[in-house]
Design a protein around this ligand. Structure first.
Ligand code: 5GP
Ligand code: MG
Length: 456
């Protein structure tokens, strides 16, 4: 999972705009970040491990001059958390140089790698580099090259790319990972993984980039090239709505906040329980918790306060600190919990390691009953399309019944939102979503267990 942005802003400092857009996308990846900028001639780039704010300063940003920029913030899923896998990637073709950044995960990387010239040297271990090399080794204009990649590559890929004087963006033919387009001033454009980043840099939301669509922005303005996608169903990732995206983003005009609020309301209808208060596990479940409270008529309280600076900890806690576990992230508001029958709304249970600790924390703080309510159905299948979701062995709902999960979490009751309830909350047609992690059917993946995995 990653966040990407692309900026075309004549007369402006595009790297700085990309920096602020990426800042709004930091939740999509905290492992490494990078920005490449083009000034019509040279492409310059800077990338490092770590959080955006720790990587970039005035000196570095002012080196990245030019009116075109792309940026990437990365969350890797396997042991390839090293700087050569950080993006943007820089490549050279007979057309000139380009910088490239990818959100998603390819599912036929090995097959694609086999089509590369035998002399091709791969430095990174990611699927993204294979795609970048495919562009290098294709023929024709950049649009022709992207078209040939769109015809071959399977899986999830939202891409931003800049040459010395153009910005490109494109999305896989299924539209698994989001990518939207905004207008910046008179003749500028911004693309970003989520619409929240457009607001941050003062761009106006125009629309989603369509699946299979290629966008090119140059001195001639914005052009769009649509490739054939009629045969493939569209498949926006449902987990973007459940957990991943920021609540102040929208996909296709459907606000993530309102979708989550509605999930909470429907959850309250599907799984009511006698209780005194409703709370959510911050931050991702807050809108769902407020929706649950509104529907149930019970007061919404804050039961846990999350340390908002925790992010990804690069210093691993020593053994004594580790045993403090969730306390590093959450402290209970004892005054709100003592002797209360508490409904706790969370967005998902994935591995089932955090959830029992949260239940225990609430009980220690004096909660008399703890009723767990989850705004998604059980996550029973892995994701091959860019969410770090673990394997069948690790997914608690792939291995245990709801009652067994209840017992393992230590909750007094447990209710999951139904699939129909979830789909209705999001307000899109079932056939337009990827529900892979919930039902085990994937839009463009041959068979779940045969997938070649090289996560980005
Ligand atoms: P679990 O019980 O599976 O250990 O943890 C469930 C919690 O993990 C939920 O609060 C949910 O918001 C959060 N969560 C779900 N997906 C992800 C993810 O991809 N990354 C992280 N860091 N947390 C996640
Ligand atoms: Mg959470």
């Amino acid at each position: 999972m990653c966040g990407i942005t692309g900026v075309f802003a004549p007369g402006r400092d595009a790297a700085r705009l990309a920096f602020f857009a990426l800042y709004a996308l930091q939740h999509r990846g905290q492992e490494s970040a990078g920005i490449a900028a083009a000034d019509g001639g040279t492409i310059r780039s800077h990338k490092e491990m770590g959080l955006l704010g720790a990587i970039f300063d005035e000196d570095i940003l002012s080196e990245l001059s030019g009116h075109i920029a792309i940026g990437h913030t990365r969350y890797s899923t396997t042991g390839s958390s090293i700087v050569v896998n950080a993006q943007p990637l820089l490549e050279r073709t007979e057309l000139g140089d380009f910088a490239f950044a990818h959100n998603g995960n390819l599912t036929n990387t090995d097959d694609l790698r086999d089509t590369l010239a035998p002399t091709t040297v791969l430095q990174a271990t990611s699927d993204s580099e294979v795609m970048a090399k495919l562009l290098v080794e294709s023929k024709g204009s950049m649009v022709d090259r992207i078209k040939s990649v769109l015809a071959k590559a399977r899986g999830a890929y939202s891409i931003v790319l800049c040459t010395q004087n153009e910005l490109y963006a494109f999305r896989d033919p299924w539209g698994v990972r989001p990518l939207c387009l905004g207008k910046l001033g008179e003749n500028g454009y911004v693309v970003a993984s989520e619409s929240c980043a457009l607001g941050t840099v003062g761009a106006q939301y125009l629309r989603e980039i369509e699946r299979g669509e290629i966008i090119r922005v140059s001195a001639d303005g914005l052009e769009s090239f649509q490739t054939e996608t009629q045969e493939t169903p569209s498949a926006l990732c449902m987990f973007e709505y459940i957990y991943f995206a920021r609540p102040d983003s929208s996909f296709n005009e459907r606000s993530v906040y309102m979708a989550r609020y509605e999930m909470g309301r429907r959850l309250a209808k599907e799984h009511p329980v006698e209780a005194d208060v409703v709370m959510a596990v911050p931050d991702s479940a807050v809108a769902g918790g407020i929706g649950y409270a509104a529907e149930s008529g019970l007061p919404y309280i804050e039961g846990l306060i999350k340390n908002r600076y925790i992010g990804r900890t690069f210093i691993s806690p020593d053994q004594r600190m580790r045993s403090r576990g969730v306390h590093l992230k959450f402290n209970p508001v004892v005054e709100n919990l003592r002797d209360q029958r508490v409904i706790v709304v969370d967005d998902s249970i994935v591995r089932g390691t955090t959830t029992p600790r949260i239940v225990a924390l609430l009980r220690e703080a004096g909660a008399r009953e703890v009723h767990l309510r989850i705004t998604s159905p059980p996550i029973k299948h892995p994701c091959y399309l860019g969410v770090d979701m673990a394997t069948y062995d690790e997914l608690i709902a792939a291995n245990y019944s709801v009652e067994e999960i209840r017992r393992k979490t230590g909750a007094d009751s447990l209710g999951y939102l139904s699939l129909d309830g979830l789909i209705a909350s999001v307000g899109r047609r079932r056939e337009d979503m990827c529900l892979g992690c919930l039902i085990g059917e994937y839009p463009n993946v041959p068979a779940a267990r045969e997938v070649q995995s090289t996560p980005a």
